[in-house]
Design a protein around this ligand. Structure first.
Ligand code: NI
Length: 389
């Protein structure tokens, strides 16, 4: 029986795991139920070694091939959900108010479990497959914690691969590119201090609402006037809070927050530096004081060239070359798989979820029809990378 046939057969069972995880979403590192379910399944399949608690609540499974070998490959899925109230009304929709699997990590986890089951049934490879289930992709840096926990060395992982579903891309189509695929995701706080006062006597005050408004506008010039037009950057101010509560009081302080997205380190440094200058000097021009706190988040997700070409070839075997885009444009969203790609060569790929609601949307649902394709990709990636002969 071929791989895809076997996964067509396993699809209802894998979809059942997926829906069970979907009904019980957990946030960040608090994925205790999901991680326990993953570990239990891996043991049930006969995975050679199952280790829990890597990167706090991450789970790693080690599967030996039918032929011993020095080579190894790491395959990674994420397990965490989002603080969103689900609106799908599906029979298996979230049982937890305010939490939902709106990014399809339920599907990623189920597909990697499906692949692990197949690996233990067949072991058609020489060497070691390491299946990695990480917590806290959505902002907590679970990938970083697993790497800092020594996962790569401990399990002797030589190369590492990740996969994310993509709504709006036709079902089972792959999209990837060598080099930067997803952005560095930084955040910032700007604290402005002026002089509060009576709104009818602005000449006796330093109005931080006006200062804040000028800073928001001035920040727009960093992308339009400072960054090389052939490079990419996003500076978005997302909140603007004055301390004011009344119609007739000028606020003493105002606070802005937002996010910065970039694809190369030089632009990341440039934006941070320019922001500091713009924020402090704009405030200064109005007689106010402002302070920028720039917080570096996930680094750029950079696919290594050779491993990306390899992933493209494998995806082509699974779905046909005409359904694989090998030079998709980068996106300004972020991914903490970037920490694993900083530690080892590998590739992160997008796979089409079909015509569903967008990621992080309350109406989103992972497409279970994707399961045979995603599982087959994992299996072929390992078998091609660790060939028997
Ligand atoms: Ni995601």
């Amino acid at each position: 029986m071929g791989i895809i046939e076997r996964f067509n057969e396993l699809q209802p069972e894998i979809a059942e795991w997926r829906r069970d995880i979907h009904s019980n979403p957990e946030l960040l590192f608090d994925v205790h139920r999901t991680a326990a379910l993953v570990a239990e399944k891996l043991r049930e399949f006969g995975v050679d070694e199952v280790v829990e608690g890597i990167g706090r609540t991450g789970v790693v499974g080690v599967i030996k091939g039918k032929v011993a070998g020095d080579k190894s490959i790491g395959l990674r899925a994420d397990m965490d959900a989002l603080p969103i109230e689900e609106t799908t009304n599906l029979p298996y929709s979230s049982k937890v108010p305010g939490k939902m699997h709106a990014c399809g990590h339920d599907g990623h986890t189920a597909m990697l479990l499906g692949a692990a089951k197949y690996f233990t049934e067949t072991r058609n490879f020489a060497g070691t497959v390491v299946v990695i289930f990480q917590p806290a992709e959505e902002g907590g840096g679970g990938g970083r914690e697993m790497v800092e926990d020594g996962m790569m060395e401990r399990f002797n992982i030589e190369q590492v691969y990740g996969m994310h579903n993509m709504p709006g891309t036709p079902l089972g189509h792959f999209a990837v590119r060598p080099g930067p695929l997803m952005a560095a995701t930084d955040t910032f706080d700007i604290d402005i201090e002026g002089q509060g006062g009576h709104a009818a006597m602005p000449h006796d005050a330093i109005d931080t609402t006006v200062v804040g408004a000028h800073i928001v506008l001035a920040l727009q010039t960093i992308v339009s006037r400072n960054v090389d037009p052939l490079k990419s950057a996003v500076v978005s101010v997302t909140t603007f809070h004055t301390e004011g509560q009344a119609y007739n009081v000028l606020p003493h302080t105002t606070k802005l927050t937002g996010t910065v997205r970039t694809l190369v380190p030089e632009v990341r440094e440039q934006v941070e530096k320019r922001m500091k200058g713009v924020v402090e000097n704009t405030a200064h021009a109005f007689g106010a004081k402002a302070q920028l706190r720039y917080i570096k988040g996930y680094p750029v997700t950079v696919n290594s060239v050779e491993e990306t070409a390899f992933a493209v070839g494998v995806a082509g075997q699974v779905v046909g070359d005409e359904q694989v885009i090998a030079d998709t444009p980068p996106v300004m969203g972020g991914e903490d798989f970037s920490y694993m790609l900083e530690a080892r060569p590998g590739a992160f790929v997008f796979v089409g979820n079909g015509d569903t609601a967008a990621l992080h949307n309350p109406a989103y649902d992972f497409n279970d029809e994707l399961i045979p394709v995603g599982c087959s990709y994992w299996v072929r990636l390992a078998e091609e990378s660790l060939p028997l002969a």
